[in-house]
Design a protein around this ligand. Structure first.
Ligand code: MN
Length: 244
């Protein structure tokens, strides 16, 4: 199996090394990742300038860095290495739960794989301001989740979140009841207004969702799809307001 590994934290992230190490057990690993952090870039692609791919021997894999977004890395990686069976993205330094799926570069890389007809699996873990995740402690959980999902070939696009000390795994769905994004106004040194985009803590999530699983120290595995169509609404309007 050929596994393309990428992320949105940049090619030198310890999370990427942890994922590439876990992937090695399942086949041939190649890393194609952004040269600098691209978190919260979502599914942006670069179309206004050319992209470069540079071999990166200081990363102990067949590693290449790209001056672009996570989605660019997957498009380029699949273009240059035509036999990609699965794209793994992460492990992101920070959870990607609920509505963050709309902003996440980590998930966008997996989505780009799915758009190209390749399986895409995103991995994220919790982190704090003053310490990196303990990837040695997470390794067996990462291994288990990766093996479990790779064995389900019908899952073309999957979002996996791993809490700090997992006690099990759960199938979950995306928690979208509340949006955690918020704009916070501040001032620059001359008193002019500036703004921070940030997130706010949310109250307890509904049972069975990705956020609920993490709140219960469970690895959350969410199958996703590319189709954004609201099929229930579509059926309703087609029945009651047909367009001819
Ligand atoms: Mn990130």
């Amino acid at each position: 199996m050929n596994l393309l590994v990428t992320n949105d934290d940049g090619i030198y992230s310890p999370g990427l090394a942890a994922l590439a190490s876990a992937a090695r057990r399942f086949g041939t690993v190649r890393v194609v990742a952004p040269d600098v952090e691209q978190s919260s870039m979502g599914h942006a692609i670069t179309h206004s300038r050319p992209l470069s791919v540079r071999s990166t021997p200081s990363v102990p894999f067949d590693a290449h860095r790209v001056n672009g977004t996570p989605a660019d890395c997957v498009a380029l990686g699949c273009h240059m290495w035509r036999e990609v069976d699965v794209v793994l993205s992460g492990v992101n330094l920070g959870l990607n739960l609920g509505t963050s799926a709309w902003h996440s570069g980590t998930l966008a890389a997996a989505k780009q794989a799915a758009l190209l007809g390749v399986r895409g699996i995103a991995f994220s873990t919790s982190t704090s301001d003053d310490s990196e995740p303990d990837f040695a402690a997470l390794a067996p959980h990462l291994d288990r989740a990766l093996e479990f999902v790779l064995e389900q070939p019908k899952l073309g696009l999957v979002n996996i979140n791993i809490p700090r000390d997992p006690v099990g795994m759960r199938w979950t769905w995306q928690s979208i009841r509340h949006y955690d994004g918020r704009v916070v106004p501040i001032k620059d040194p001359r008193g002019r207004p500036l703004y921070w985009s940030t997130v706010v803590p949310l109250e307890a999530a509904e049972e069975g969702t990705d956020r609920w699983a993490i709140e219960h120290d469970l690895v959350s595995i969410t199958p996703l799809r590319l189709d954004l169509t609201d099929h229930a609404a579509l059926a309703e309007v087609m029945q009651h307001h047909p367009l001819t």
